[in-house]
Design a protein around this ligand. Structure first.
Ligand code: FUC
Length: 336
């Protein structure tokens, strides 16, 4: 189902909805391929939206929080906006202080995607021209959102460049399992199959990999409440505005890499991915405006689980001409 919802700079913006036979549905825009709703049942069978969106759709045109979009061409921060590979140092935009963030000012987040609707999936395609946002090569991007009968949302990423270029995609959906953003996510429990993470400097640039054994605040292997982490008085949570905004390396031997639970609604989200890392972002910079669903906006309104390659490691995510970038992340919803 397709519905026109806005016009941005003369371009028609549509919301596409797919649903399964269990009452679950997903809605996304052709702008940024932004996921605006995922409706899933709670422990009592009440179906509600478990992602954050803007109350006023026009805010997606600027989208200060990158709500729901596909991030690219590269996710996270690149130091000084310098894509260093082989003997090259390609300067891309510095759109986060002295650094490059989430593919630049436009990026895939503010691109209009061609959408193909199928019964159980939405397929998005965008051809980014050579030099867009400063990146080399023309790249064809395809992303699909697939909704299964057992309440799974699978995101498939596919990209093919005509020149060697870095590609590192993710999705920037903020989950809030309370349903229709009744509460913030501080009472959600987060479990990560992650033995180590990247310490950040004051500009949020990753500096070194450290073991969670030596940093117990970030040991999520047995699960812990988000509020117990953000209140920790820990230097690494303080420098990102009081919360989590860090790349975690995922344990290859564990299938379910991430589990997010809201004890109140009984909803659980588990995540499987073939990416080796996840940037967990606890919404530390969300301000009071623009307002979100539920009519308010606040710090910790939602939590992003950005599966990806560790950011700022350009050499590790170079895709050759003729090579195909393929990634998959599966979000499974349950309630009890
Ligand atoms: C996340 C963070 C950033 C930023 C942004 C909106 O991925 O890593 O710090 O604030 O998204």
């Amino acid at each position: 189902m397709k519905q026109k919802v806005a016009t941005f700079s003369g371009e028609e913006i549509y919301a596409y909805t797919i649903e399964n036979g269990k009452g679950m549905s997903l809605t996304a825009l052709n702008f940024g391929a932004a996921i605006t709703e995922i409706n899933v049942p709670d422990k009592n069978g009440l179906t509600e939206n478990v992602v954050i969106n803007y109350q006023d759709i026009s805010n997606y045109e600027v989208n200060p929080y990158y709500l729901g979009i596909v991030v690219g061409r590269t996710s996270g921060r690149t130091k000084e906006g310098l894509l260093k590979f082989e003997d090259q140092a390609i300067q891309v935009e510095k759109n986060d202080g002295n650094n490059h963030l989430h593919g630049g000012i436009k990026g895939l987040a503010k691109s209009i995607w061609e959408v193909t609707e199928k019964k159980d999936s939405l397929i998005f395609e965008y051809v980014s021209p050579d030099g867009e946002d400063g990146y080399p090569g023309t790249v064809t991007f395809k992303v699909s959102y697939v909704l299964s009968e057992d309440n799974q949302v699978t995101i498939n990423y596919w990209a093919s460049p005509d020149k060697k270029t870095p590609i590192n995609l993710t999705n920037h959906t903020y989950f809030n399992l309370s349903g229709n953003k009744k509460t913030d996510i501080l009472n959600h429990s987060l479990k990560l199959a992650s033995p180590s993470f990247y310490e950040l400097d004051k500009e949020s640039m990753p500096v070194r990999v450290v073991k969670v054994d030596d940093h117990p605040t970030f040991d999520f292997r047995k699960g812990k409440l988000v509020k117990d982490v953000v209140d920790g008085g820990y230097e690494q949570t303080d420098i990102v505005g009081g919360g989590i905004d860090h790349p975690f390396l995922l344990d290859d031997s564990v299938e379910e890499k991430i589990t997010l639970t809201d004890p109140e609604s009984g909803r659980t989200l588990t995540v499987k991915t073939d990416d080796p890392a996840v940037v967990v972002y606890s919404g530390n910079q969300v301000k009071q405006t623009p307002t979100l669903n539920g009519g308010t906006a606040e710090k910790y309104a939602g939590i992003c689980l950005e599966t990806q390659m560790p950011p700022n490691e350009t050499e590790s995510y170079l895709i050759e001409k003729g090579e195909v970038y393929r990634k998959q992340t599966v979000f499974s919803f349950n309630a009890k």
